[in-house]
Design a protein around this ligand. Structure first.
Ligand code: NAD
Ligand code: UDX
Length: 442
């Protein structure tokens, strides 16, 4: 497994849990040192125990030497990053290309190279070209096995996926069968659970990943716009989402309004799909709009907070609950908090923030003036407004009275709808949330 980040570490550990021997190669010295010392460099519930068990069983090892790691293996997985390229939004495949060259140079026999990273359509064939150029003598196959895990729920998602997608280069005589056999064996525990395993061509598998993420991002963006509309017409988005979601064709998941989707995947993958569409002369206009609406939403949320504060936050103290792009992760990549707090800080507010897992990663990306608090209640100390940006469970049970005692003001902006409007109003707060009238849900 080349790359020991969120996807490589989880996938590698879960394959080991399935009974396969896995060597994870990681070039970031801090991440590698942590893994070697038995520390998990990312926050992912349950991962520490699974890593510990599989290291103890001798099935899971960590190193930085690709040649040593891939000696005699059945398959090499690429799980390196594919961030957005500045400017045009295309996925940057330079880490993938570099890793492929390293693998090709070090390979000591037939090698199946499997892409787990999310890569633009055509990358599989590009990888094959690179391998042929680097090692004309090498016997190899290419497969695409996109990963659908969510951070915070990654182990469950990997162990019990809705489906596994395997794209194979069908044009290579014999190669397809050999590659299929290896991947079938690897995923055998999931066959036993009757997980659908879908075999496709390379390009199809690559496009499936972008289509899935973009569709989900579009669904969230849809409900976010409906939430805005609810506010204008006096409707309740919770009831709208639940009711449309009861139609099995729509489905109830991913209909929670938010200050905008963030994370390491949706923002970059929606941008990448629009770039793929434009390049192919077949623009995906719904997703182009999704990207634009989501970016505008994060700005609009900051403006909404400023308007709620009376139009000027200069000198005000704003308490912020939650910084990461979603709960149960320490990941700050493209979190709504970056845009929102950047704008509030720029407008002169003093920000007091708390996040259960993300404060260390947040320090590197948030304005330097942010004060980080020791617990959730401490953000309310002297605050004119308290804002909820991430729906960590521990915030749901916070006592309104406790917040009130510490706050200077009485305003709460709940941008994740974690509290009941009526309860907050009865507790003496001026309370705004997303797409809900200021009354209890019936
Ligand atoms: P990440 O940045 O956390 O991890 C990538 C790791 O690869 C880093 O630790 C980096 O040091 C290492 N690396 C880079 N080049 C290397 C090399 N040549 N040799 C060894 N190690 C190398 O990224 P991630 O979140 O794990 O994402 C990886 C890929 O998986 C991306 O394409 C992403 O789109 C996709 N993906 C991510 C998620 C998610 O939830 N994070 C889910 C599905 C798919
Ligand atoms: C996502 C995909 O779900 C996963 O299948 C893929 O492999 C990687 O990208 P992840 O980014 O870890 O996973 O988290 P996810 O739970 O999908 O949330 C992404 C963003 O959407 C978060 O900012 C979250 O707050 C937001 N979101 C999600 C909403 O705003 N509303 C929702 O209803 C669901």
């Amino acid at each position: 497994m080349i790359g020991g980040g969120y996807v490589g570490l989880v996938s590698g550990t879960c394959f080991a849990e399935f009974g396969t021997d896995v060597a994870i190669v990681e070039t970031n010295p801090d991440r590698l040192a942590a893994l070697r010392e038995g520390r998990i460099p990312i926050y992912e519930p349950g991962l520490d125990r699974l890593v510990e068990d599989n290291v103890a069983a001798g099935r899971l090892t960590f190193g930085d030497d690709i040649a040593a790691a891939i000696k005699g293996v059945d398959a090499v997985f690429l799980a390196v990053g594919t961030p957005s390229r500045r400017g045009d939004g295309q996925a940057d495949t330079s880490y993938v290309h570099a890793a492929v060259k390293q693998v090709a140079r070090a390979a000591d026999g037939y090698t199946l190279i499997v892409t787990k990273s999310t890569v633009p359509v055509g990358t599989g064939r590009e990888i094959a070209r690179i391998v042929r150029e680097t090692r004309p003598d090498l016997d190899f196959d290419i497969a695409s096995n996109p990963e659908f895990l969510r951070e915070g729920n990654a182990i469950q998602d990997f162990m019990r996926p809705d489906r596994v997608i395997i794209g194979i280069d069908e044009s290579r005589p014999g190669g397809a069968t050999r590659a299929q056999d290896i991947l079938r064996r690897l995923y055998r525990p999931l066959y036993l659970l009757e997980t659908p395993i879908v075999f496709t061509g390379l390009e199809t598998a690559e496009l499936i990943k972008y289509s899935a993420n973009s569709f989900l991002a579009m669904k969230i963006t849809f409900i976010n716009e409906i939430a805005d509309l609810c506010e204008k017409v006096g409707a309740n988005v919770t009831d709208v989402a639940r009711s449309i979601g009861l139609d099995g064709r729509i489905g109830k998941k991913f209909l929670h309004p938010s200050p905008g989707f963030g994370g390491s995947c949706f923002p970059k993958d929606t941008r990448a799909l629009t770039a793929i569409g434009r390049k192919a002369g077949s623009p995906v206009r719904l997703i182009e709009t999704t990207v634009a609406v989501n970016e505008a939403r994060m700005q609009a949320m900051a403006e909404r907070i400023i308007a709620f504060a009376g139009g000027d936050v200069r000198g005000m103290t704003i308490g912020v609950l939650g910084l990461t792009f979603k709960p149960e992760t320490d990941d700050m990549r493209e979190a709504a908090s970056i845009t929102i707090l950047g704008q509030l800080d720029g407008a002169g507010a003093h920000i007091r923030a708390f996040d259960p897992a993300g404060m260390e990663t947040a320090r590197a990306v948030l304005p330097p003036g942010v004060t980080y608090c020791g617990d959730a209640v401490a953000v309310a100390e002297g605050a004119d407004i308290v804002v909820v940006l991430t729906e960590w469970n521990e915030f749901r049970s916070l006592s309104p009275d406790k917040l009130k005692k510490r706050m200077k003001g009485r305003r709460i902006a709940d941008l994740r709808n974690i509290w009941d409007p009526q309860v907050m109003r009865e507790a003496g707060f001026e309370y705004i949330s997303l797409g809900r009238p200021e009354q209890a849900d019936i």
